[in-house]
Design a protein around this ligand. Structure first.
Ligand code: DOR
Ligand code: ZN
Ligand code: ZN
Length: 434
């Protein structure tokens, strides 16, 4: 099948392409990116499907480094299939699945299970991330070599930190020996305690137990130092504090192999947006101070923060239908990330459209050592068509994810994914996009 995407605004950081051009896909490969000028009757390429992408950005498929698919074990919250559909609707063509499922993905066979299941059930590419320790119990290092052979790009204990530094160091060295990265969820358990909300005036007014900056920052510092010594590339997940940004900047200056991601909720909302006890505002790490939000945006703009990832964390209505004290941490993000990034960062001139693509596709690909994240001819045809003009209100009832837990229901945003193409196949198309 040949697909010709015409008149779109092509954004490709890898080739520094930024202009109105046509893109030709043949089977699963990007065949050509051409100028309109060269096109005239007689030489026009024939295609099975011609898509008019006028006024839209045509981007390399978005890559989400941080997703919770809940499959196996918590398929009442999300499955590989529904998570894949939500990803496609959100413009993502590759998603990295965190291992805190049941069972925890901590050995070769379990990685193989997810990858085989995803090949059948998911419309987007799923890359499983392996646990650092068996069962995420923090006692024994997991089967890192076996999981590496099954194709994991990284190991992570996400959901918590490996609190035993010696054990973590051992896992980091094994990750390094197997060519993997470590994705770090940074949270000092003893400092978090039963906290549910950022340490702030709001938390005091609401009488809720608090989570300090330090609870995150001390582990960011520790993990950078450990990774440096272990010689493993470290990726800091969901940085939420100004201190975290500072430490990542410092580490990069010192030529330590560190990268970092932020989540849309952390650059869009602060703790002051929590107006009442609402579990849709409960996530880990929590929404921080306005000063942190500003630091995250600055970090993104200055290239200290490499990526935007969702930490898509679906939970059921029952689980989230209680108080902040009783509800689990986490919000869904796959279907709102691109719009929030465009609305909060690009439309407000924090990032250029090209930088949006860098943070959501090009850099994530580099972080996992993938050749994706580009529209260069010869690349796999993973493509996202994004309409920056569309204005609408986020409607959680229309999510294809099984999760409805979002603080963004009803929020006005700009920017809509019109089409998602994975390996030359159209896996999602917006109903109003002819
Ligand atoms: O908010 C969160 N939800 N943070 C995490 O670290 C884990 C995640 C989940 O699995 O629900
Ligand atoms: Zn996490
Ligand atoms: Zn997570």
């Amino acid at each position: 099948m040949k697909i010709l995407i015409k008149n779109g605004h092509i954004l490709d950081p890898a080739t520094n392409t930024d202009g109105i051009l046509d893109l030709l896909i043949e089977e699963d490969t990007i065949k050509a990116v051409g100028t309109k000028g060269k096109e005239h009757k007689g030489t026009e390429v024939s295609a099975d499907r011609v898509i008019d992408a006028k006024d839209c950005y045509v981007m390399p498929g978005l890559i989400d480094l941080h997703v919770h698919l809940r499959d196996p074990g918590f398929t009442h919250k999300e499955t590989i299939e529904t998570g894949g559909l939500a990803a496609a609707k959100g413009g993502f063509t590759t998603i990295c699945a965190m291992p805190n499922t049941n069972p925890v993905i901590d050995n070769r066979d379990r990685v193989g299970f997810v990858h085989r299941k995803a090949a059948v059930e998911s419309v987007v590419n799923v890359l499983q991330i392996g646990a650092v320790t068996e069962g995420q119990n923090g006692e024994y290092v997991a089967d890192i070599a076996g999981m590496a052979e099954e194709g994991i790009p990284a190991v992570s204990e996400d959901g918590k930190s490996v609190m035993d530094a010696k054990l973590y160091f051992k896992g980091m060295k094994q990750a390094a020996a197997n060519g993997l990265r470590v994705f770090a969820h940074c949270e000092e358990k003893s400092l978090v305690g039963n906290g549910v909300m950022h340490k702030s005036q709001r938390a005091k007014e609401m009488g809720l137990p608090e989570i300090s900056h330090a609870a995150e920052d001390v582990i960011v510092a520790r993990d950078i130092l450990l990774a440096k010594e272990a010689g493993v590339p470290l990726h800091i997940c969901h940085v939420s504090t100004a201190g975290g940004v500072k430490m990542v900047a410092l580490a990069k200056k010192g030529n330590i192999k560190v990268t970092a991601e932020v989540c849309p909720h952390h650059f869009t909302l602060s703790v002051n947006d929590i107006k009442k006890d609402d579990p849709n505002f409960k996530m880990n790490p929590p929404l921080r101070d306005p000063e942190d939000v500003e630091a995250l945006k600055k970090g993104l703009a200055e290239g200290i923060i490499d990526a935007i990832a969702t930490d898509h964390a679906p939970h059921t209505m029952q689980e989230k239908g209680v108080s902040m004290m009783g509800a689990p941490f986490g919000i869904v993000g796959l279907e709102t990330a691109a719009a929030l990034t465009y609305t909060e960062l690009v439309d407000k001139k924090v990032l250029t459209p090209m930088q949006m693509v860098e943070k959501m596709s090009y850099n994530p690909a580099k972080i996992i050592g993938s050749s994706k994240g580009t529209l260069a001819p010869g690349s796999i045809a993973d493509v996202t068509i994004f309409d920056p003009r569309a204005e609408y209100r986020i409607d959680a009832s229309k999510f294809v994810s099984m999760g409805r837990n979002t603080p963004f229901h009803g929020r006005k945003v700009k920017g809509l994914v019109r089409m998602t193409i994975v390996g030359g196949e159209i896996v999602y198309q917006d109903e109003n996009f002819a």
